[in-house]
Design a protein around this ligand. Structure first.
Ligand SMILES: O=C[C@H](O)[C@H](O)COP(=O)(O)O
Ligand SMILES: C=C(OP(=O)(O)O)C(=O)O
Ligand SMILES: [Mn+2]
Length: 457
C-alpha cells in the first residue's frame, strides 16, 4: 500500500511469510468451497484492489480506544448481525448510521466523554454457525454462512459456496464505506440535527421516561450555541468500521504492508474481532490476527477462564499496547454477574488494561415455539446492567457496548417500549441470522445505558 512520497519501507521477508502461517494451523468455520482454483483467483483479484481504509486511520482508532481503556472515552459498536448485499442501499445504510449517531449523542452527554462510533458495517458478511447444515422438511443443505459465502435461499444452488461472492463482498464493502464517509463528513452528522431526531423519539408518550434527559441535552446545545460554539466542526464526525475477521480468503488478501512502517494492516476495516467460536489460542485466526497492527476485539463467552483471557493477552497484545485489545464479553444476562467479575479480577491482577465492552446480544438468544430466533429487550438491558455492576465491583472501567441493531422498524427482538410480542415477530422479521434491535429499541437502549453511565460517575 503506497501512501506517500516518502521512501517505502518494505516488510521483512519473515513478516510476510508469517502472514501465511495460519495455513499450517487448525482452522474453524471456513466454507467448503467447491473450486479451490476459483477461490484463489478471487482472493488474488481482491489482493490487487485498493485498501478500504488507510493505516493512519487505523492508528487513530487505536489511540481513541486507548483513551477508552483508560476510562476517558466510551465505545459504541453496532450494526447488523449479517450485512447483506441487498441491504447495502442508501436508505438502509443511512438508517443504520443515523441510529448509531443518535445513540452516540445520548451517550456522549451522559458519559461526559467522547463516544467512539463504530459500525458493524462495510464487511460484516461472513457468519460462523452452530451447525454446518440446515434441515427443512427433511431436506438438508449447507448452512447459510453470510452473503460473502453463499445465498440464503434454501436451494442446493444457492447454498453452495460461491467464490464470486468474495469479490462482490469487497465491492459492497467499498460502496457501503463510501456512503458512510459521505454521510459522516458531508453534513448529515450535524449534532443539532441528530439531537432533533432524538426529540422525535422522546416526544412519543411511550418514551416519556427519557424526556428529561433529552431536555437536558437540548439545554446544553442551546447553551453551547449561546456561547458561540463552532457548530460547523460538529457537522462532521469520526466513524469507524469493523467486522468479525472470519473468512480467511477475504481477510488475508485485504492485509497489506503499510509503506510508512513496513508492518501489516488488515485494510478491510479499522477494527476486526475474533469470534467466540474461533478464538482458540493455537488456531489459525488468533495466529493471523496477532500479526496485524489493527486494534483487535475478542469475544468472550461465559465459559472463559481468567487464564484463557491472560493467554489471549499474551498472544495478541504481548507489548500491552494501549488500545490494541478489546475484550467483548457476551455472557448472557443470567450469567454475567457470576462469570465476569473473576475475569476482570484476573486481568486486573496481571496489570493488563484491555478495553472491556459488553455484547448483550449473543448470550441472550432464544427460539420461539413458532421458530423465530429472538432476544428479549429486557435481557439485553439486564446484561448491560450486570456489566456495569461487575465493573463497579472490581474497579475497572465499563468501556462500551456492542450491539446488533438496524435503523429499520423490524420486529426481531421482543419487548421495548413498543412491547413487541411473539405474535408480532412475523410482521417484519428480516435478519438472515441473529435478531437485531430495531431503531426505537436501539434508542431506548442508549437512554438506559445513559442512566447506567450516570450511576457509574
Ligand atoms: O452471529 C452469531 C452467530 O453467527 C450466530 O449466533 C450463529 O447462529 P446459529 O446458532 O443459528 O448458527
Ligand atoms: C458471531 C457473533 O458473535 P459471537 O462470536 O460472540 O458468537 C457475532 O457477533 O455476530
Ligand atoms: Mn450475531
Amino acid at each position: 500500500m503506497v501512501v506517500s512520497a516518502e521512501p517505502n519501507i518494505a516488510a521483512d521477508a519473515s513478516v510476510i511469510a508469517g502472514l501465511d502461517y495460519w495455513r499450517e494451523l487448525p482452522i474453524k468455520q471456513q466454507p467448503q468451497w467447491p473450486n479451490a482454483v476459483a477461490v484463489a483467483a478471487a482472493s488474488a483479484k481482491i489482493a490487487s484492489y485498493p485498501p478500504l481504509v488507510f493505516a493512519g486511520e487505523v492508528d487513530t482508532l487505536r489511540d481513541r480506544l486507548a483513551a477508552a481503556a483508560q476510562g476517558h472515552a466510551f465505545l459504541l459498536q453496532g450494526g447488523d448481525c449479517a450485512e447483506t448485499f441487498a441491504g447495502a442501499n442508501a436508505e438502509q445504510i443511512r438508517n443504520r448510521v443515523k441510529t448509531v449517531l443518535q445513540m452516540a449523542v445520548v451517550l456522549t452527554y451522559a458519559a461526559e466523554m467522547p463516544v467512539i462510533k463504530m459500525g458493524r458495517m462495510a464487511g460484516q458478511f461472513a457468519k460462523p454457525r452452530s451447525s454446518d447444515n440446515e434441515t427443512r422438511d427433511g431436506v438438508t443443505l449447507p448452512a447459510y454462512r453470510g452473503d460473502i459465502v453463499n445465498g440464503y435461499d434454501f436451494t442446493p444452488e444457492s447454498r453452495e459456496a460461491n467464490p464470486e461472492r468474495l469479490v462482490q463482498g469487497y465491492n459492497t464493502a467499498v460502496a457501503t464505506l463510501n456512503l458512510i464517509r459521505a454521510f459522516t463528513q458531508g453534513g448529515f452528522a450535524d449534532l443539532r440535527e441528530v439531537h432533533n431526531w432524538n426529540r422525535g423519539f422522546t416526544s412519543n408518550p411511550a418514551n416519556a421516561r427519557y424526556e428529561r434527559l433529552a431536555g437536558e441535552i437540548d439545554r446544553a446545545i442551546k447553551f453551547m450555541s449561546a456561547c458561540g460554539a463552532d457548530f460547523e466542526a460538529l457537522k462532521r464526525t469520526e466513524f469507524f468500521v469493523s467486522h468479525e475477521a472470519l473468512l480467511m480468503d477475504y481477510e488475508r488478501p485485504m492485509t497489506r504492508i503499510d509503506s510508512r512502517t513496513g508492518t501489516p494492516y488488515n485494510t478491510s476495516a479499522h477494527f476486526v474481532w475474533i469470534g467466540e467460536r474461533t478464538r482458540d489460542l493455537d488456531g489459525a485466526h488468533v495466529d493471523f490476527l496477532s500479526r496485524v497492527r489493527n486494534p483487535l476485539g475478542v469475544k468472550l463467552g461465559p465459559g472463559t477462564s481468567g487464564d484463557d483471557a491472560l493467554r489471549l493477552i499474551d498472544k495478541l497484545d504481548p507489548n500491552r499496547e494501549p488500545g490494541r485489545l478489546t475484550f467483548i464479553t457476551r455472557m448472557g444476562a443470567g450469567k454475567i454477574r457470576d462469570a465476569l467479575p473473576p475475569l476482570l479480577e484476573a486481568v486486573k491482577a496481571s496489570g493488563a488494561t484491555p478495553l472491556w465492552i459488553t455484547d448483550p446480544m449473543h448470550g441472550n438468544g432464544m427460539t420461539t415455539p413458532n421458530g423465530y430466533k429472538t432476544r428479549r429487550f429486557d435481557d439485553v438491558v439486564d446484561e448491560v446492567k450486570g456489566f456495569f455492576e461487575a465493573h463497579r465491583a472490581v474497579g475497572t472501567f465499563p468501556g462500551g457496548i456492542h450491539v446488533e441493531l438496524t435503523g429499520d422498524d423490524v420486529t426481531e427482538c421482543l419487548g421495548g417500549s413498543e412491547m413487541l410480542d411473539e405474535n408480532s415477530l412475523a410482521t417484519r422479521y428480516e435478519s438472515l441470522c441473529d435478531p437485531r434491535l430495531n431503531h426505537k429499541q436501539s434508542l431506548e437502549l442508549a437512554f438506559l445505558v445513559a442512566e447506567e453511565l450516570g450511576r457509574s460517575k
